[in-house]
Every structure is written in C-alpha cells, then in structure tokens.
Design a protein around this ligand. Structure first.
Ligand SMILES: [Mn+2]
Length: 199
C-alpha cells in the first residue's frame, strides 16, 4: 500500500511556538496518524503538546484505550490537550479512530462521500468520557484528513479537492493559507491512499 502523507502546523500569528503537533509513525506495516492540540496557544500549549507526543510515542504498541489513559495521567500537571489518533489496519482496508477533545478527523472516500469521525468529550490531562473507537473503510483512492480547531470544523474542501488530495504537500499549504483562524494555532494532516495505477 502506498500512502502519500503530508502534515503542517502553524502558530498563532506573531508567535514562534506552536501548540498543534502532527505525527505519523510507521512500523511493521502499521501506520499511525496523530493530531494534537495543546489548549490555547503559545509556550504552555506547545509544552503540553510535546509531552503528549512523547507519551503517545511510548504507547504505540498498546491498545488505544491504554495509550489515552496513560497520556491523561501524565498530562495532569499540564494545561491539557485534545488528541485524535487513526491507525491503518495492516490489511490496507480500514482505519480505527479514537479522539478526545476538539481535534477533527474525516475520510474523504474515492466516490466523493465524506465520513466524519467523532471524538469523545473531554481533555487529556483533565479527564474524558469512556473512549469509543470507530472503524471506517479506508481503501485505495480514499483520503484521511485530521485537523485542529484552528481550521473551520465544517471545512469545505471544494469541488477540486479529490484531485488535489493526490498532492497533499501542495494542497496542505493552500488550505492553511486560505482557511486558518487568526486566533489560534492551526494544524492539518493529509494521508492519501494512492489508487492502484495501471502503468
Ligand atoms: Mn486549538
């Protein structure tokens, strides 16, 4: 399977540190995608986000429920984070998703339909509702998008999006430039699952 992955974050205008962090891990044919939003912005948000990333990196082999629980414990002295995690199944057909707080995730399917993945209410570091994991189809031609509330929740990717998803590095810059809020950090991750090509 071939994933075209790109991610970018940008801080609150005029600030240097960014509280939004995106990550992609790949090991033993398993791909894991993560979007983190440290509450607020600035140094405190960036510190909480880095702490969350460090914790999650150490929990990758665990079930998502355990990883979130551990992260919630470790972040109790921080201002807290919202986190979304998507794991691609090794068979290349599905994604398992879980989130806490207001990071957003959706799958834009090859047929043009959009599936939005919901997160649990709460904040990692301050508690959350029992975690619900969702499983969605993720097949060649589909695109996973994960982003923070520095972009509009109902972000309209427009009619040209399915074509643009195939160039995520280019498209991500366009979306951040056009849609980012001037009142928060912003972050976006795009993973396009390349359709089989006939050469
Ligand atoms: Mn935010």
């Amino acid at each position: 399977m071939a994933f075209l992955v790109s991610m970018a974050t940008t801080p609150y205008p005029g600030e240097f540190e960014c509280g939004d962090l995106a990550a992609h891990w790949c090991s033993n044919h398993s791909h894991i995608f993560c979007m983190i939003d440290g509450l607020g912005h600035g140094a405190g948000a960036a510190q909480a986000a880095r702490q969350a990333l460090g914790c999650l990196t150490n929990q990758l082999s665990k079930p998502l429920e355990e990883a979130f629980l551990r992260c919630n414990e470790i972040l109790q002295a921080s201002r807290g984070v919202a986190v979304g995690i998507a794991m691609a199944s090794p068979d290349g057909q599905r994604l398992v998703y879980a989130g806490v707080g207001n990071t957003r995730a959706m799958v834009a399917h090859a047929d043009g339909s959009i599936e939005r993945l919901s997160s649990n209410n709460g904040i990692l570091g301050a508690g959350y509702q029992p975690l619900a994991c969702a499983t969605v189809r993720f097949a060649p031609g589909d695109t996973l998008l994960m982003f923070t509330d520095g972009l509009p929740e109902m972000l309209d990717f427009g009619a040209a999006a399915p074509r643009l998803f195939t160039q995520p590095a280019h498209y991500i810059r366009h979306v951040l430039h056009q849609w980012r809020s001037e009142r928060d950090d912003a972050g976006l991750l795009i993973c396009h699952y390349e359709a089989d090509r006939v050469l």
